[in-house]
Design a protein around this ligand. Structure first.
Ligand code: B12
Length: 345
């Protein structure tokens, strides 16, 4: 869970001053604090934000935004949800997510996703066990005419927006983590061997593989699972080229030629594709085989009897399947687990 309190050291780092300065500010009454039993000063997030604003302390806009998101998220999560998060009860969290979506509680949806990522360090689990069940329920309600088309659209846009914000924060923290690693390693190299920064960068850069992520083109608009696939790959250290939904096969072929990925991941949700799409799919699959690119497909209807059997190198039922496949077949890191959850907000 994100700490709502800052230590003297954390506050000094945030404001880019020494710890003595922070203590002086506190003693002068410029910023509120309390002392722990051990005698350490603790500063509340609200008071820190207040202090920064009133005293015009220079903090980078990214850091300030992170603190504000942290505050908003803390306010949007009730105690019960906090307990579910601590217990990592994904099934109850999926219920909570559904409830928030159906009540159009945008801030709560975003806060829930953001907090879930701190507690459940696997995008696969979050997509398979929270987002997918919640969206399936939304779909069922639409089918049963308990939800209008426009409300279904509002809900989808809400979840897409929340996922995208989470994605941006994840990518930022990933970049910062890599920069920290690079500078730590560079320091080590210069001190002991006098090597260059370039040598260090190669050593710690985990993005060894490239993956292209796209939906089945020509009329497939279901994009949410694709975002999950993309985040899973990124968290495993892949360089993701996100082509998105409904892209013609010829353009996907150009993307493969340009980006030279090792894998193409495709999501297929619609059960019945038009006959020409199947033909083009087969041609595309052969094109990938010729270029020695692995083809991974997934989506809720690929295994259905009424849908045409689609061939691929791997057919995933879930994001967890994909994660397992990648771990078994590629030399990947555990980027998501190395990220300090605090830096995500
Ligand atoms: C949101 C939604 C839409 C949105 C999509 C917008 C967007 N930006 O994505 C809109 C409103 C556009 C839409 C349109 C339509 N939809 Co719709 N839609 C949904 C809904 C409610 C949620 C989809 C979703 O986001 N799921 C969440 C994801 C995370 O779950 P998932 O897809 O199961 O993915 C998981 C796994 O399958 C797997 N996975 C998926 N892909 C991949 C890929 C790889 C590589 C891997 C490893 C894993 C993997 O991992 C994911 C995480 O666990 C579903 C209901 C449902 N049951 O899903 C209906 C649903 C998919 N839609 C349906 C229909 C019928 C339509 C329309 C035809 C409606 C119409 N008459 O216009 C159109 C078709 C549009 C088109 N041409 O594509 C049907 C499909 C029925 C069928 N048998 O084909 C569903 C099931 C609703 C229903 N119950 O009938 N839809």
């Amino acid at each position: 869970m994100i700490s709502q309190f800052f230590s003297t050291r954390e506050l000094s780092e945030l404001c880019a001053v020494g710890e003595t300065t922070v203590k002086r500010w506190a003693n002068m009454g410029l910023i509120k604090y309390h002392k722990t039993i051990g005698g350490h000063r603790k500063f509340k997030l609200d008071d820190v934000l207040d202090f920064i604003e009133k005293n015009h302390i220079r903090v980078s806009s990214e850091q300030l935004e992170r603190l504000q998101v942290q505050k908003r998220n803390a306010e949007a999560i009730d105690l019960n949800t906090e307990i579910l998060l601590v217990r990592g009860d994904v099934s109850a969290l999926a219920d909570k997510l559904t409830e928030n979506l159906l009540e159009f509680k945008k801030n709560e949806v975003e806060a829930l996703l953001s907090k879930a990522i701190e507690r459940i360090p696997s995008f696969a689990v979050i997509f398979d066990n929270m987002i997918a069940p919640a969206m399936h329920r939304v779909g069922n309600m639409w089918c049963e005419k308990k939800l209008s088309i426009s409300d279904e659209h509002i809900i989808t846009n809400m979840i897409v927006e929340a996922i995208l914000r989470t994605k941006v924060r994840f990518e930022t923290s990933l970049r910062e983590e890599q920069e920290r690693n690079v500078s730590a390693l560079t320091l080590l190299y210069t001190n002991t061997e006098g090597n260059t920064r370039e040598a260090a960068t190669t050593e710690v850069n985990p993005k060894k593989h490239t993956v292209i992520v796209a939906t089945c083109p020509e009329s497939e608009l279901h994009e949410v699972p694709l975002l999950g696939v993309s985040l899973v790959c990124e968290s495993l250290g892949f360089q993701v080229r996100y082509v998105g939904a409904s892209v013609p096969f010829k353009d996907l072929e150009s993307a493969v030629e340009e980006h030279k990925p090792e894998i193409v991941c495709m999501s297929i949700t619609n059960a019945r594709l038009h006959a020409p799409v199947y033909r083009r799919y087969e041609q595309f699959r052969k094109f990938l085989a010729k270029h020695q690119v692995k083809f991974i497909i997934g989506g809720q209807f690929i295994g259905e009897t009424k849908s045409h059997p689609l061939q691929a190198d791997f057919r995933a039922r879930s994001c967890s399947d994909l994660e397992r496949y990648i771990r078994e077949n590629y030399d990947v890191g555990t980027v998501s687990q190395e990220i300090d959850p605090k830096s995500m907000n």
